[in-house]
Design a protein around this ligand. Structure first.
Ligand SMILES: [Ca+2]
Ligand SMILES: [Ca+2]
Length: 511
């Protein structure tokens, strides 16, 4: 792989050994399904036609923004028609939510993103449909409906089973027609140019029964069938699954069928070790355990590195990240996210430290036209700082009135600029961006948590040592051997990070 860039790489490599940091290589030449993702809730991101609702043209018109941040891929939360504001209950998998635009708009977005070498994956809600989906309407209307067996009707009941409340009716994956329909939907979007799918709520795909004693294994194998199928359409097609358990050992087996899984265990580790100040002593050792387990199921696993998503309180609102030193801690969380193996996913607004947490006083809050909802405060309008693209579908946001993207983009000290810096470092250093080599730094302590990352192919090698100061006081480190500083300094400020390029033949000096 990656032939044709050999001479460029060799030249760049020689150059970095001698002197300073030059961008070595940038996607797409190096693209092997490793990306830096940006998760977009379309309704909240950017409104192009002044109806207050974010839309696909708003995403198109802000690809410049995303490119300036540096991301290489986008995850769109559900874009299909749905009676809810969030879209996780679909009524037509082959159409676009009219709030967001048309199928032609979506095709334009795919084209415009492709021109910039930005991949797009879409949320695919596979566990359930809306109870207003024509399949379910038919299934519940008659026991002789051709769709009756697409859903799960408890014996003697005419009400379809729901894993989640709110009219989300579980599909029946014991019916091969449903499995085939998902493949048809995937084919529809792959042929349009979608890079892959974020599969929602996969731990619910099967219901526990005598025929499904291990629902997770059965779900992993069902997904494996989908993944195998879409790779016959595009060998680079990609699946990231939401197998949400808090302990890595509970979801690792989903790597049997998925290219990537969101790492909820790692997300909790970052919250507690950085945010709450719990001893970071075993942070990197725990990561070794995690990665070894994933590799048992998928040697080339791509860890889905998250510090938040649309179902969680935003990191900037969490205990420990909302104190006097919150900016440094948020920067450290981003630094960790951008230096670990896998694909980082930035939830829109994290790059400007947007706040948002479930406001329990709002439980039962009725939003016009959408019914009872709970999580809007985690999904509020992106704060642009001017009216051009500002969405206003949710206008009760008390948390983010002092934030502005425009201000942060011009400040060297802002969280936005820190994200931009870290993303560029990841993209410009293959040892950070690619592959799964990870070995803890031999000098790790209760304050310093470092690790070595390493990349090699036929033509190129790079090794970097990353050191995070996870303590609230300045720390000075000593680095053996020859090295080139890529970021930071040997005197690490509180919650600071140091990244150095090291000799790939001398890894034993560091690990
Ligand atoms: Ca709009
Ligand atoms: Ca289910």
């Amino acid at each position: 792989m990656k032939k044709g860039i050999i001479s460029v790489l060799l030249l760049a490599f020689a150059f970095t050994i001698v002197a300073c940091v030059e961008p070595i290589i940038t996607p797409p030449e190096f693209d092997d399904n490793h990306d830096i993702y940006y998760e977009i809730f379309v309704r909240s991101f950017a409104d192009s036609d002044d109806d207050g609702i974010g839309d696909l043209n708003g995403v198109i018109e802000n690809l410049d923004y995303l490119e300036s941040l540096g991301i290489t891929a986008i995850w769109l939360m559900p874009i299909n028609p749905s009676p809810s504001y969030h879209g996780y209950d679909v009524t037509d998998y082959y159409a676009i939510n009219p709030d967001y635009g048309t199928m032609a708009d979506f095709e334009n977005l795919l084209d415009e993103a492709a021109d910039r070498h930005i991949d797009i994956i879409i949320d695919l809600v596979v566990n359930h449909t809306s109870d207003q989906h024509p399949w379910y309407v038919s299934a519940s209307a008659s026991t002789s409906s051709e769709y009756r067996d697409w859903y799960i009707f408890p014996t003697g009941s005419n009400i379809g089973y729901e894993s989640f409340v709110g009219g989300m009716k579980d599909l029946n994956y014991d019916n091969p027609d449903v499995d085939q329909e998902i493949k048809n939907i995937m084919q529809f979007y792959i042929e349009k140019g979608v890079h892959g799918f974020r599969l929602d709520a996969v731990t619910k795909l099967f219901e526990h029964s005598a025929t499904h004693p291990d629902t997770d294994l059965d779900a992993a194998l069902l997904i494996r069938g989908w993944d195998t199928y879409i790779k016959t359409l595009n060998e680079k097609a990609y699946i990231v699954s939401e197998a949400w358990y808090n302990d890595y050992s509970d979801y690792a087996d989903y790597y049997l069928g998925s290219d990537s899984l969101f790492d909820f265990d790692l997300q909790m580790e970052i919250m507690t070790r950085v945010g709450l100040g719990n001893s970071p002593y075993l942070f990197t050792d725990h990561l070794v355990d995690i990665y070894e387990e994933y590799a048992l199921y998928h040697p080339d696993f791509i860890d889905g590195v998250i510090i938040g998503n649309h179902d969680m309180d935003r990191i900037a609102s969490r205990t420990g990240f909302n104190s006097y030193d919150s900016l440094e801690k948020l920067k450290l969380a981003a630094s960790i996210q951008m230096t670990l193996p896998g694909n980082p996913y930035i939830y829109y607004g994290e790059e400007i430290a947007m706040k948002g947490y479930r406001d329990y006083s709002h439980d039962g809050f009725l939003l016009d036209g959408y019914g009872v909802v709970y999580d809007e405060v985690r999904r509020t309008p992106f704060v642009w700082g001017d009216d051009t693209y500002q969405t206003s579908w949710y206008n009760d946001d008390q948390n983010n009135q002092t934030i502005s993207v425009a201000d942060q983009m011009t400040s060297s000290e802002s969280i936005w600029t820190h994200y931009q810096t870290m993303i560029a470092l990841r993209k410009n250093n293959p040892a950070l961006m690619y592959d799964n080599f990870f070995s803890p730094f031999r000098e790790n302590s209760s304050a310093i948590q470092g690790f070595v990352r390493y990349y090699e192919d036929e033509s190129y090698r790079q090794a970097v040592l990353v050191i995070h100061n996870m303590s609230s006081v300045e720390r000075t480190v000593t680095i053996p051997g020859q090295y080139t500083i890529l970021y930071g300094s040997l005197v690490l400020p509180r919650y600071g990070t140091l990244i150095v390029e090291i000799d790939p033949d001398q890894l034993g000096d560091y690990i």
